[in-house]
Design a protein around this ligand. Structure first.
Ligand code: CTP
Length: 408
């Protein structure tokens, strides 16, 4: 049996998302983190103690007034013996009880009695999530130092759309790892700087490839995703250099923006910004450029219909992946409309990068405010739901934080 280095106390609340807590136990076990489970009464309507116990390999605790449990391990001792308390799914009810100190069952009593940090993975209907009462409760818990992961935005079991889906087990496991290592998630007010001392270099936006002094070849990239990632990295304490093609966006707070126009300028600016610990190639670099841009405006009268001769542009991502002073973590993007993961995996090898973010652009991704990203590494893939570009950026930064903590 694998040696478990850390132990969490996992409180499984009641909701459709309860099944994700079972996956979480398995994901954590693979990372050498053991789970001891408290299953609430509502939770037991959705998953069984038998399943949770089978997966955790430990007794599952259900009832506050079980004399056998109290004799074996009192409810106070239950949380003391863990390194972290995780509530997943954290229902509106559990959040309210925790925020107000109610203690009328085993889960709420444990939350009140614990001396360990608590990580909540909320899951509920979007209206309940948006309710001012829930938001006030969350603020109270955050002010008290509790950590949060999610919820995600997307389709809900109740047929509505919005925030309220529990974060995916891999993402909760990342947040657990970060919390266990004593640093915290990017949005935690107590330690917002887990990437302090790291230099992150990014490209974003389109490039413009001149045809003549007044015309150019370009694409629809808005730069929103790259700017959101740059902002999230800066929030996490990284020193961020953002080499940006022409976009209609203001510089993100705390980010050093270097404006460029062409792909060749972008590569030069990137090389000048090295060394870096992280390189994220978000820019939609024009694959081709006019071979011989005209010095003067091409006049209609000059020619019937000018033929554009194109030449291949430099590949910035591939170049930096092979550079002598290659950043430790190199991440590329792959915009795909079909066969997304296979194409992304092929690109991982072709470009020589560590991770690819596959972007399913069959929707309104280019220029839109939402993104559906799949993180593809040589070992596994992780799909995130349709999120705002800001939330997608935070997900990526959480994965980056976890990566550096793992490889410390
Ligand atoms: N990229 C780059 N320099 C280029 C072209 C692309 O740095 N000249 C980077 C992008 O920033 C992105 C990744 O490479 O991180 C995308 O690779 P690319 O082969 O351009 O992907 P697609 O445009 O999706 O290519 P394809 O047409 O092969 O699907």
């Amino acid at each position: 049996m694998m040696q478990m280095n850390k132990r969490i106390l996992l409180i499984i609340g009641g909701g459709i998302a309860s099944y994700k807590a079972l996956f979480l136990i398995r994901v954590l076990a693979r990372r050498s983190i053991a789970s001891r489970v408290i299953l609430t009464k509502a939770g037991s309507e959705f998953v069984t103690a038998l399943a949770a116990g089978g997966l955790s390999g430990d007794k599952v605790y259900c009832d506050l007034f079980d004399l056998t449990d109290e004799a074996e391990m009192g409810h106070i001792q239950l949380s003391r013996s863990a390194d972290l308390v995780v509530v997943a799914p954290a229902t509106a009810d559990l959040l309210a009880k925790a925020a107000h100190g109610l203690a009328n069952d085993l889960a709420s009593t444990t939350l009140l009695a614990t001396d360990k940090r608590i990580l909540f993975a909320p899951a509920m209907n979007v209206r309940m999530w948006e309710a001012p009462t829930t938001q006030r409760n969350i603020q109270t818990l955050k002010d008290g130092g509790c950590l949060f992961i999610g919820p995600d935005e997307g389709d809900m079991a109740c047929g509505e759309y919005g925030f309220g889906r529990m974060a995916e087990p891999e993402a909760v496991a990342d947040a657990v790892e970060v919390a266990l290592r004593g640093v915290t998630a990017p949005d935690d007010p107590r330690d917002p700087k887990p990437l302090q001392g790291k230099h992150a270099l990014l490209t974003a936006g389109p490039t413009r490839e001149p045809i003549d002094p007044v015309r150019y070849l370009s694409n629809y990239s808005s730069g929103k995703q790259g700017y959101a990632i740059a902002g999230a990295l800066a929030e996490s304490g990284a020193h961020v250099t953002l080499v940006s093609g022409p976009v209609a966006l203001g510089p993100p707070h705390g980010v050093d923006v270097r404006p460029v126009e062409t792909a060749r300028d972008m590569l030069t600016a990137c090389e000048a910004a090295l060394p870096a610990d992280i390189f994220i190639s978000v820019a939609a670099v024009a694959d081709w450029r006019p071979a011989k841009p005209a010095d003067q405006k091409i006049k209609k009268s000059q020619t019937d219909m000018p033929a554009l001769e194109l030449t291949q542009n430099v590949d910035i991502l591939a170049t930096l992946s092979k550079a002598g002073n290659r950043p430790d973590l190199v991440i590329g993007f792959a915009a795909e409309t079909h066969n997304v993961i296979n194409h992304a995996r092929a690109k991982l090898t072709k470009k020589g990068c560590d991770w690819i973010i596959a972007n399913d652009i069959s929707g309104d991704v280019m220029g839109g405010d939402h993104n559906r990203m799949i993180l593809v590494t040589p070992k596994d893939t992780r799909s995130w739901p349709l999120l705002t570009k800001t939330d997608a950026a935070r997900k990526l930064v959480s994965a980056i934080v976890a990566h550096f903590q793992r490889n410390r």
